[in-house]
Design a protein around this ligand. Structure first.
Ligand SMILES: Nc1ncnc2c1ncn2[C@@H]1O[C@H](COP(=O)(O)OP(=O)(O)OP(=O)(O)O)[C@@H](O)[C@H]1O
Length: 627
């Protein structure tokens, strides 16, 4: 019990406190001092007003102008000043808290981005638990009022509350009795524990419905976003999506509402009863003492005010509670995210610092040697003893049906994943021993799901090799070879046009034009020194004539470069120097087009099938073509 409390209540607060230096020592000292003052002011105010009450009889008796009257006025003014000081300082507390929040959140946002990007492997970004930790950590930045920075300011605001509580308890101790003071302190802390503990349990309820929450957010974003706008309308999905969204939202909110009643209602009644009983008992004892003439009028007023104010401090603190609860969760999630990313990185770096990559590599070949690979969290091997030779300077085409493992092969080649068993070699050196960043500069890839950056056309090509000096002529050259230069020239600002309609003066491209931009990106990387070109389904969005033209030119464009061309269209790769057929994670056939056709195996069968479809007016995917 104590250990669990230490783990869930103490350690997370320590983690928040550790964020404080990020805000700067001046701000921390300033806000702490201010909170101290804000804690003392209400106690001083209660003292002053009680003295006022005690001075009234003498002042009334002495009349205006008497010493007692002047003394009453002075104390009254003091009470008013204390009251005003509190009113003035409270907004300063908020303003400094917001400044602290901005500084801490800014630093943590940068940290989250750095952690997300420093992993050289893609494995953690495909891992559900890691992604959940990242979502949990960053969601609160958007919620703003309950972010880690807000929780740090909220933690300091507790200084004001607890100084106040101790002040009132001390007053009760002096004026009434120390046992009464201890009873009020205990009742307040129990009441407070009920409130704060309830909030902690309530926040955990949300974690239990995280699946429905994610689905609800997903359905809302898809329904209202531009990506699915066409299908939403053409497929008539509006009603279906609305029902699914309502269902997911209801299944998220119903258990939360039910638990909310359980968590808050009963404890609230119990703790309130304890507070009332203790408060009433102490108040009765004060009343009795006053009736017996044992305490002064000032002491009576002081005792009553202190008891009521102290008990009231057992309630919810709006400037602190929600902030600390959710901020702590976000900080813990960020720590978990970092841990998972570091663990993935440690696995990758276990072979030690990478060796430099010779500038001309690969000069002989890149080889997959008995490579096995299973995705983390999946029990099914995707590559199962793959042996593959990619000879330097030649174009190797890799063909296979959907799901055969072609893209997985590219992920291993670019070290986004490491083989589960077996190894890849570059000119005989284990790829795992080479420096990752240097190797990646040596490789130029067009991924099947390449990114359409909302940047200028020129930048969309430059991202292929940001380390190379910017040269517009080289960018244009790459665009020309990819057959996209004329289309880009026709855009409102040519190569400077932002490729997104979301920006003023921006323009969008067709799927095929985008694919050419991606190809230009990889040709640009070749210019910048890459030696291995990998194109994963580079022409799937091109029409059949454009595809044929691209492959005819591809061989000339990449002469002398080691290239890998991945496709599930058997008809499109016949000009490659070598063709490798992959099935179920293994190489099942390899050779030139003529050799494979002569062998009359898997390749020949699928090639004929696709060629027949082409002759029948359909392309490899079964789409109609105007032959
Ligand atoms: N991140 C992942 N986690 C788990 N399994 C995955 C992941 N990515 C791919 N797979 C699985 O690995 C298998 C091979 O996928 P891969 O993308 O390599 O196939 P492919 O040959 O490129 O297919 P396509 O021609 O459709 O692009 C598939 O069964 C796929 O479901």
């Amino acid at each position: 019990m104590l250990r669990s409390w230490y783990r869930t209540a103490v350690l997370p607060r320590r983690d928040i406190a550790r964020l404080l230096p990020t805000a700067g020592s001046g701000l921390v000292i300033g806000l702490t001092t201010l909170n101290l003052v804000l804690g003392l002011l209400p106690v001083a105010f209660v003292l002053a007003t009680s003295v006022v009450v005690g001075q009234v009889p003498a002042a009334v008796e002495g009349g205006t102008g008497s010493a007692a009257w002047s003394s009453l006025v002075r104390t009254f003014v003091l009470a008013a000043v204390l009251f005003l000081a509190r009113q003035v300082l409270a907004p300063v507390q908020t303003a400094l808290g917001v400044r602290m929040q901005r500084r801490i959140d800014g630093a943590l946002r940068d940290r989250a981005l750095r952690i997300a990007l420093r992993s050289t492997s893609i494995a953690p970004m495909e891992d559900q638990a890691t992604l959940e930790a990242l979502t949990e950590a960053t969601r609160e930045f958007e919620a703003d009022f309950r972010s880690p920075g807000a929780s740090a300011a909220g933690l300091l605001a507790l200084v004001a509350r607890y100084v106040q509580l101790l002040g009132f308890v001390a007053v009760i101790g002096v004026v009434v009795s120390w046992p009464a003071a201890a009873a009020v302190l205990a009742a307040t802390l129990v009441f407070r524990y009920g409130q704060r503990g309830g909030l902690r349990r309530y926040s955990q309820v949300w974690r239990n419905v995280i699946g429905f929450r994610r689905r609800s957010v997903y359905l809302r974003e898809v329904a209202m976003g531009p990506a699915a706008a066409k299908e939403m309308r053409v497929f008539g999905l509006a009603g279906w999506f609305t029902d699914e969204y309502s269902d997911a939202t209801r299944r998220m909110l119903d258990p939360v509402a039910a638990r909310r009643r359980q968590i808050y209602l009963v404890p609230y009644l119990v703790y309130t009863a304890i507070g009332l009983v203790v408060g009433a008992a102490v108040l009765v004892s004060i009343g009795r003492s006053a009736a017996a003439g044992e305490i002064t009028l000032t002491a009576l007023a002081l005792g009553i005010q202190a008891v009521v104010a102290a008990i009231a401090l057992g309630e919810y603190y709006p400037e602190s509670d929600v902030q600390t609860q959710y901020g702590m969760q976000a900080v813990a999630a960020l720590a978990e995210f970092e841990e998972r990313m570091d663990a993935a990185e440690a696995r990758l770096a276990s072979s030690g610092p990478g060796r430099p990559v010779p500038p001309g590599a690969p000069e002989a070949s890149v080889r997959f040697e008995d490579v096995h690979f299973t995705y983390p969290g999946s029990g099914r091997p995707v590559l199962d003893g793959l042996d593959l030779d990619l000879p330097a300077g030649l174009c190797t085409a890799i063909v296979g049906v959907n799901g055969a493992g072609k893209t997985t092969l590219v992920k291993l080649l670019t070290r986004l994943h490491e083989p589960t068993a077996g190894r890849l070699t570059v000119d005989g050196t284990d790829l795992a021993d080479l420096d990752v960043a240097a190797w990646r500069r040596q490789v130029s890839v067009v991924f099947q799901d390449f990114v359409r950056y909302e940047l200028s056309a020129s930048d969309n090509i430059l991202v292929g090799a940001v380390h190379a000096p910017r040269d517009p002529a080289v960018v244009r050259g790459a665009a020309e070879r990819a057959g996209i230069a004329d289309a880009v020239d026709a855009l409102p600002a040519g190569f400077d046009t932002t490729l997104s309609r979301a920006y003023e003066g921006g323009a969008d491209l067709s799927g095929g034009q985008w694919q050419r931009i991606a190809i230009a990106r990889s040709l640009y990387a070749l210019e910048a020194g890459a030696r291995l070109l990998v194109l994963d389904e580079p022409t799937s969005a091109l029409d059949v004539r454009a595809e044929a033209a691209f492959f005819d030119r591809f061989v000339d464009l990449t002469r002398g470069v080691t290239s890998v061309l991945i496709s599930h269209r058997f008809s499109s790769v016949r000009r490659a120097d070598r063709i490798v057929v992959i099935d179920a994670g293994r190489v099942v056939e390899q050779g030139t087009h003529d050799e494979l056709v002569a062998a009359d195996g898997h390749y020949a069968r699928l090639f004929r099938l696709q060629a027949e479809r082409f002759a029948a007016g359909l392309d490899a995917d079964g789409n109609e073509v105007d032959a």
